[in-house]
Structures are given as C-alpha cells and as structure tokens.
Design a binder for this molecule. Sequence first.
Ligand SMILES: Cc1ncc(COP(=O)(O)O)c(C=O)c1O
Length: 447
Amino acid sequence: MKAIVPGPTYAEMLNPRDPAPHAAGEMDPANLFRITWRGPDRQVRHVALPKELTGTEANIIVLAGRCFPSGSHKVGPAYATLLEGELAGEIEPGVHRVIGPSTGNFGIGVAYIALLKGYAATVIMPDGMSKERYQRIRQYGGELDLTPGTESDVILVLERTEHYKKDPHSKVLAQFELLPNYRFHRYVTGRSALEAAERHGNGRVAAFVSAPGSAGTLAAGDEIKARFPEAVICALEPTECPTLFNNGRGTHRIEGIGDKMVTLIHNVLTTDCVQLVHDDDCVMGLELIQRQPRLLERILGLAEGRLAGLQDLLGISGLCNILGAIRLARSLGLGPEDNVVTVATDGFDRYPSVLEDLVRRQGPLEEGTLTGWFESLFRDGKPPKILDVRPLDQKQRLFGYKKDVWAGFGYSAAYLERMQSQSFWDAEYERVEEIDRTLLRQRQAAR
Ligand SMILES: Cc1ncc(COP(=O)(O)O)c(C=O)c1O
C-alpha cells in the first residue's frame, strides 16, 4: 500500500501552527497545511465593505475564500471528505480514484487535493460552466466527465455519480451528501466567521448570509446560531431558480449555487429565511467592482484606490452574497454596531470569460449605463424578496423536497427522518474531536 500523505486536523485548519508553511510551489503537499481562513498574520482573512458602497449602516463582513490553496474555500470540504474516507479505511492511495461531483470549485479542490495526496481524480460536472474551471482541473491533472447543461442541471451530475459508486476502485467525494462538508464549514468556517466579527461593531453576528450550492457553507450558520441564537441565517437563491423559496426551478448565471434541490447536508432547521437575488445583478455588480472601480469611487466620492482591497477578491456568487447581505441588513433595520457576515467563495480569476460575455450581451458599457447599474443594485429602495422559512409548514415543505430527491438516491426513510432533528446535526458536529484524534494517531504511527 502507498503511504498516506498527511494533512491537517480540523483544529489545525481552524488554527494552524504555521498558517503559511514553506512550500516548494503550488503542487507541494505542504500546501495541505494552508487550508485555513487565516493569513500569514494569523488573522481570519476578511474585508468589511466600505459603507459608502453598501449604503447601509451595518457592517458587511466578507470572508475571503480565494486565498485558500487552489483559489477557493471549496478545497476545505474536498480535503475533509477525502481525509475522513482515508481514516475510515475506505479510500487508499494507489487503490482508489477519487471522484468529485461538482459545478466547478469543489471539482477544482478535489483535483488539487488528489494531486497533493497521490490519487487520480475524475471531476463530474456540467459542460456549460466557465472555461477557467475546466482549465484549472486539467492543470491539476484531473480528468473531466461532463454532463449536459449548466448550474441548474446538477441532478444529471448526481445521476452520473451513481455509476461511479458501483465501481470498487472509485470513491465518490459526494459533497451534496457527505457530512465532512458540514463539519468543515460548521467548525472551521463558523468559528472563523465568529472570530472575524469580533473585530467589528458589537463583536456579535446579527446575520449570516450564504447562497447554497451544496449548502456546506450554510453550516457555518449552525455554529453562529449556537453562539448567538438570535442571529438570522439567510439562504440566497437566484430569482431565476427559486427552489428553497417556492420549489421553483430554472436556469441561471450564478455558477456554484442554485442547484435545484435541497441537498442532503443542508440543515434546514437553522435556515431562517430565503432571499432571491437576480442573477444578472451579480454579474453586473462584478463588472462594477472588478473592472470599473475608479468610476465607482467617483460616484461614491471616495479617494482613488479606496476600493482596491476588493480587486480580484470576488466572483459572481460573492456578489450575490454581498447584495443579499446588504439588502437583508436594510430590511432588518440593522445599525452601525451590527455585523452581517458572508463569504466570497472564490475570486475573479474564474470569471473573465463571464464578463466578456456580459459585454457581448450588453454592447459597449457607457458611463450612464454603469451608473444606472450602480443605482439599481446598491441603492434600490424596493423591499427585497425574503421568505420567512421558520414556520413549521415551511420546514415541512423543505423536508419533503429533500426526501423526494434523496429517497430516489437510496437514502432510507429512517435516515431522512433523523435529519429532521437538531440532535442529528449536533452529534455529527461533535465527531470532529474523535476524527482529529484518529488523524493524530495515524500521523504519529507514520513517523
Ligand atoms: C463560486 C461558488 N459559490 C458558492 C458556492 C456554494 O457553496 P456551498 O457548496 O458551500 O453551498 C460554490 C460551491 O461550489 C461555488 O463554487
């Protein structure tokens, strides 16, 4: 058997001994120990958006996912799922190929982690995603198995995945189904988000906003709610694909989110509300912040360079999260002491082709057009479309949707029933310590 390449525990991802270990290039396994929200200064990497931009008094705090190895925080769940499979003796280097069902970033993370840990990888994803995603996967040596469609056709990816589940030499890192994704985000992202908020306003979290794909990131909300039970946890969806909102389905342009289902690992008990955001608002918002910062600074009366901190930091779903966070803060009437935390899953490097496409669709972008976009995205006084999903009938609707999808993939009624209780999620979360102990023992034995 090939030796297992060691990586960090959950506790080390939250608090690495050295957040910037020496690595001889991107492909050095030492980078496994850089899977963390922290930068070299040990602080959780985040920005508090300028209030001139957001137009709200509340602090909008954005955690920066692009600084993770491979360029998005989705590498965290990819690593955690592979790690737990190795610890359970289900995945062995030299024996298994790892399979990453994805719409891109998780697949990039799987290809990258597989490379560092010595596995072959296949990423199953739709054929209509941004071309930068396929390039990255190939660059990391991953093979592609493409299914027809885009973000909203993830169900085809899941169906293709079933075929690999039957192959004894393949192991599927099933982000929509497996709980390491939940554990990574509740423990590592949730605690990092709480820590980032300590530096702003009253140090608490009034709301956490995330647009779910797998709904892994939303699990950070469970940790935030455990500390601040009054915090509002808001899931965002594209207006064009309002699945959690009203069982609606449609195609949309926000890559990584809005996958037309309630994922198995989504703890719907802690989701308080669902808000809709138009997909093109996010693409236009990215154009403004990434490519028109000087114009924005002029509109906002800011000194040149004030928005420089946002350069390259955001992708389309990041814009979705930001617009959702601003609108939620406004509708909750939050003030200068209140913190709304959200994430930017990846950065601009994955989207130049999407902005080129925007220009193709819209024609040359005149100053008047861009100013109009700014007004409608950031200063629109209309109430956002927010649905309260705390009432029992809403929870039952969401549980029902989940059952419809996942019973079809072989999950038992008893298991799906157990997921309707918070104790299921807390017990899964508590496994973090035992998993860490097992990994430390394995690392010790390998010395
Ligand atoms: C760009 C982007 N944004 C958001 C998400 C959603 O994150 P999660 O799967 O944790 O819900 C993803 C997931 O792949 C993504 O790639």
